[in-house]
Design a protein. Structure first.
Length: 403
């Protein structure tokens, strides 16, 4: 009888390939943010119109998480990943020839729906790894996600400054084609599906989890609000940096994305903070840190160093908050871990789409102060949701003691 191979048996090189593939695929959601000024000039549209690319990318990723990721419980992961990556490669190649903004926007939705591959690979890695090695494997794959988000804007900005924005899409298409060949080879073959329920029932169970689990609802609210503020900042900061007193070109904007995103790498330490202080305290700290970072970039909006510091603080706040939220939901039901993550990530990236859309609208009318104010409102919503849950939990504890 054959046995299903585990990630441990695959060895460190194969795990590294999973991390690299995660970085390359998640980059498809973010690299377009550094290209928005060039896209606006090429199509002769406003910067606000061009930023719809970032908004629809976030929305497409959220749709992919909801509609595609649950299939990982009932489909062979290697075949599913191969089909997705081939489709993404074709859509990216078509985007490099897009004749107008509307077509590029539509293709962005398709690209990012198929880019949900890391959210299929990560639960698979968790389920096939021995408990004593699970943390290191998850950390490796998550680091790939952080590096993909961090480097995609920088490399795209630098490349577009020399080549233009269209070749960046073509290069991304080639990387996805290579990933479609390599990644399925290193993924383990699963003999039997985790569930045999129908696709409609699989999707229907997502709503049931959200309805039954208050901790899941809290994590969804916190994750979506924090990511809305994060997306509002990163969608419009290229426009802010392109204006006086900065006047940066695409390469300069790409370098800012690198310097401003290094704080996200500190997410490796968030797990230790959660073990020591608990996820609720880390969530509270992430909300406070995000508010401080946005206040800094709002007050010193013309200071490059202040923008870099604020961007790093915001990046770390988002990473720490997300890890705390996932620690909260993964403690609910091990048998539903993938679907819990599906619900959480869908809300998170839908929040990112709202943040990008809101910031785009406010940028056109109120500029950078309007964007910062909107992002702070998102953080205030997260603080209100957390406070309500905290007081409710305290009241329930007091009532139980009284009984």
């Amino acid at each position: 009888m054959s046995t299903t191979p585990s990630l441990r048996e695959l060895g460190a090189p194969a795990i590294a390939i999973l991390a690299i593939a995660s970085a390359l695929t998640v980059a498809n959601v973010y690299f377009n943010q550094a290209l928005l000024p060039a896209v606006a000039r090429d199509f002769g549209v406003s910067q606000g119109d061009a930023s719809s690319i970032a908004t629809l990318s976030q929305l497409g990723y959220a749709l992919g998480i909801v509609l595609v990721v649950p299939l990982g419980d009932r489909s062979e992961p290697r075949s599913l990943v191969r089909i997705l990556l081939i489709g993404v490669a074709a859509a990216l190649a078509a985007a490099s020839f897009a004749p107008q903004l509307a077509i590029l926007a539509g293709l962005s939705v398709i690209i990012c729906m198929g880019t949900c591959v890391p959210q299929i690979v990560l639960p698979l890695a968790v389920g096939l790894t021995r408990p004593e090695r699970r943390g290191r494997v998850i950390a490796c794959v998550q680091m790939g996600l952080v590096l993909g988000i961090l480097l995609s804007r920088t490399l795209a900005g630098i490349g577009a400054n020399s080549l233009g924005w269209r070749p960046i899409y073509a290069i991304a298409a080639g990387l996805m084609a290579v990933s479609a060949i390599i990644l399925p080879i290193v993924l383990p073959r699963r003999g039997t599906a985790a569930t045999t329920i129908s696709y409609p029932r699989l999707l229907g169970s997502l709503w049931g989890l959200l309805r039954r689990e208050p901790a899941l609802r809290l994590s969804c609210l916190l994750g979506s609000a924090l990511f809305a503020a994060f997306s509002a900042f990163w969608t419009t900061v290229p426009f802010h940096l392109g204006r006086p007193p900065f006047g940066l070109d695409l390469a300069g904007i790409g370098y800012f994305a690198l310097w401003g995103g290094i704080g996200g790498l500190a997410s490796l330490f968030a797990g230790g903070l959660i073990d020591r202080f608990g996820q609720d305290r880390v969530s509270a700290g992430a909300i406070l840190l995000a508010a401080v970072s946005l206040g800094l970039v709002a007050v010193d909006s013309g200071d490059y160093v202040a923008l870099v510091v604020g961007a790093n603080l915001l990046s770390f706040a988002l990473s720490a908050g997300q890890i705390a939220n996932q620690a909260r939901i993964f403690a609910l039901a091990a048998e539903a871990r993938s679907r819990l993550n599906t619900v959480y990530m869908a809300f998170t990236f839908a929040g990112g789409a709202v943040g990008s859309a809101g910031a785009s609208i406010l940028w056109g009318s109120y500029g950078w102060p309007g964007v910062c104010g909107f992002a702070l409102v998102c953080i205030a919503a997260a603080a209100a949701a957390f406070a309500r849950a905290w007081f409710s939990a305290g009241r329930a504890g007091r009532d139980q003691c009284a009984v």
